[in-house]
Ligand binder design. Structure first.
Ligand code: ATP
Length: 350
């Protein structure tokens, strides 16, 4: 199923939670809504589910306008972090819930429901735990039951709001992979809310980066990481160093000195961004950025060098090979690789 949002606006009193959101998820796609707390991710997901209604705009499923339909009429599956399992019901009863509450004429027979529950238990790899109660399961197992419950009604669209938020890092990572496989196997269209960039980049076909109720960028994980559309996206989707610079006549200046960095962009105050693993320590300090090394720590096969930029007292982090590790206390010359330059804007000031 495809889902299309057209010019969605949502206000809570005088506060605009969603500006003007237009977005499309293709059939079978796995989309991640990524953004900081309060950026409007959950509100957007609730609007798709039919738990919240927009002030303006349309929600279409497979081209059909469903904006006015309730959650019960939309047949979507959803898993919310705080949408807990029913404690007084067994795992099997929890999974069967959505089928059992159907009006009599639409309800499958008891035997069919039991068979469907077993099929879902097998799918989420909890085959023999149907008679347990939620309190007798681990957090990760509970979230898998919540997923099975969401899938019981055969939704074409699965909406997930930080479903693994409360779990520890290891379990989270395993469940993430498992969820992606499940999505592919069942042939769903899934939309996943997270504020964790690693989760979004690892799971999604495309990432929707949101801030202050608007979409900053929609692109594949590789594209948002390597070609971020704004300073906000650069900062939010990975580790970054940001340095205040001036663009003048196609050249870049840092504290009045020219930097040996290719520049495209309009004249004016700007910020230079680069990732820690894209920087090098160079011998020649002409055109480079002087920095004081404070700490050197192991990182992967190399080291993470941390310290302060000389002249502006701003921290930096770069990753270099072990045999290039500088001594703490030394002054080095930094050369950014794959730099991006953005004019100074609201996000950077903020
Ligand atoms: N029912 C409501 N009444 C008033 N304001 C609301 C309501 N629901 C959400 N908001 C506000 O709308 C904004 C967006 O909230 P939303 O929950 O969509 O953000 P989010 O990106 O999902 O954040 P988080 O990651 O913290 O869950 C927030 O500033 C929030 O306080």
């Amino acid at each position: 199923m495809s889902i299309r949002l057209e010019n969605i606006h949502k206000r809570f009193g005088a506060f605009t939670a969603l500006g003007d959101i237009s977005l499309e998820a293709r059939p079978g796609e796995f989309l991640a809504l990524l953004g900081p707390s309060g950026s409007g991710k959950t509100t957007l997901l609730r609007i798709m589910a039919g738990l919240e209604f927009p002030d303006n705009g349309r929600v279409c499923f497979d081209g059909e306008d469903v904006t006015g339909l309730t959650v019960a009429e939309r047949n979507v599956g959803f898993v919310f972090q705080h949408y807990a399992l029913f404690r007084h019901m067994t795992v099997a009863e929890n999974i069967a819930f959505g089928l059992n509450v159907r009006p009599r004429r639409q309800r499958p027979s008891r035997a069919m429901i039991a068979a469907r529950v077993q099929e879902l238990l097998d799918l989420v790899q909890l085959g023999s735990l149907g008679q347990r109660y939620p309190a007798q399961l681990s957090g990760g197992q509970r979230q898998r039951v919540a997923l099975a419950r969401a899938l019981a009604v055969d939704p074409k669209l699965l909406l997930l709001d930080e479903p693994f938020g409360a779990l520890d890092a290891r379990v989270r990572k395993d469940l993430r992979r498992w969820l992606r496989e499940l999505h592919d196997r069942v042939g769903l269209t899934s939309i996943f809310v997270t504020h964790d960039q690693e989760e979004a980049l690892e799971l999604a076909d495309r990432v929707v980066v949101m801030d202050h109720g608007v979409i900053e960028q929609v692109a594949t994980p590789l594209h948002v990481y390597n070609e971020p559309a704004s300073a906000f996206v650069f900062d939010f989707v990975g580790e970054s160093n940001r340095i205040p610079v001036q663009v003048r006549g196609g050249k870049l200046f840092y504290l009045g000195q020219p930097l040996d960095v290719p520049t495209i962009g309009a004249d004016g105050p700007s910020e230079l961004f680069f990732r820690p693993h894209d920087a090098a320590i160079v011998k020649d300090d002409a055109g480079a950025i002087p920095a004081l090394v404070v700490q050197v720590r192991p990182k992967g096969a190399g080291v993470r060098v941390e310290g302060k930029l000389i002249g502006i007292d701003r921290p930096f982090e770069i990753d270099v090979a072990l045999d290039e590790a500088p001594e703490p206390g030394r002054i080095i010359a930094l050369k950014p690789g794959h730099p991006r330059i953005f004019p100074v804007s609201r996000e950077i000031d903020g």
